[in-house]
Design a protein around this ligand. Structure first.
Ligand code: UTP
Length: 275
């Protein structure tokens, strides 16, 4: 499947990163030398996206827009110069499913990648192109094996037939089940390649888990319709939405990013040497 458009929901409240997010949106929190959202958009462009549709919340849309589009003496971000960025406002944070649905008109009937704006793939570990290649015309969800302790933090897939070593038909999905209720150990990790029929399912959803419009509920509807595959991927994105994993993400990116890697590796090693 050829996919050249990406939707990036970045309109959440960011409450777990408060007070850092009282004024600065989570999407603009820096990791190493660039904001979280820039890492995510660069991943989408590296996977072939030529249009980026970013869902932002009212009040911070100008701030985010200025970083990427340029303002005053600022130029447009290098590396994103040749892509079209479309800004969509989600009026209220009603849930991830609602954020994706807001992009419907801008997507306009094409297949699209969806990347969570607060999940950053380590450099070189992108999986979107492989997901599009794995599609036989159906939507493809990135999956990773979860420990029992993790299932209650992710959407978890129930599985049908395996079509290849790492490609499986998905028959259902549950949002954040405990380990005893999890239908498998494979969970969704924030990277999706959707066919546009997902919007019909999203449009019919009532609030689900936590009172929010859940993307997992639309994935379940796709799965029940026999229209959903999973691809098990090797690397998981780094979650920058809560303080411990934000610190871990900064460390991993700092160790991997050429301008900082050498000096930072020596610094981390010197810490480990200390008694
Ligand atoms: P999260 O649930 O992790 O983000 O959503 P959050 O709502 O900002 O988190 P907390 O609980 O308040 O700390 C995953 C992704 O979906 C986006 C978020 O911006 C994040 O990129 N999202 C979530 C939206 O765009 N809109 C929403 O209504 C909810």
């Amino acid at each position: 499947m050829n996919v050249d458009v990406a939707v990036v929901p970045a309109a959440g409240r960011g409450t777990r990163m408060s007070p850092a997010t009282r004024v600065v949106p989570k999407a603009l929190l820096p990791l190493v030398d660039r904001p979280a959202l820039q890492w995510v958009l660069e991943e989408a462009v590296a996977a072939g996206a030529r249009q980026l549709i970013v869902v932002v919340s009212p009040g911070v849309d100008d701030l985010i827009f200025s970083h990427f589009e340029g303002m005053g003496g600022l130029d447009r971000i290098a590396g994103l110069k040749d892509v079209e960025i479309t800004w969509v406002v989600q009026p209220e944070p009603l849930g991830l499913g609602d954020a994706v649905l807001r992009a419907r008109d801008a997507v306009g009937g094409r297949p699209f990648h969806c990347l969570l704006g607060d999940n950053i793939m380590p450099p070189g570990a992108g999986c979107l192109a492989a997901m599009a290649a794995a599609s036989d015309g159906r939507s493809v969800m990135a999956l990773r094996r979860m420990t029992p302790a993790e299932t209650s933090s992710y959407g978890i897939a129930s599985l049908g037939d395996w079509l290849a070593d790492d490609v499986v038909e998905i028959e259902g999905a549950v949002e954040k089940p405990g380990p005893d209720a999890a239908p498998s150990d494979l969970g969704f990790l924030g990277r999706y390649t959707f066919t546009p029929d997902v919007f019909e399912h999203l449009a019919g959803l009532d609030p689900g888990f936590g009172g929010e419009i859940q993307l997992t509920d639309a994935i379940r509807a796709l799965a029940v319709a026999g229209a959903c595959l999973g691809k098990v991927v090797g690397s998981a994105p780094l979650d920058v939405g809560n303080p411990p994993s934000y610190i871990e993400a900064t460390t991993i990116l700092g160790l991997a990013h050429p301008p900082t890697a050498e000096r930072y590796r020596a610094f981390v090693a010197s810490l480990l040497d200390r008694p």
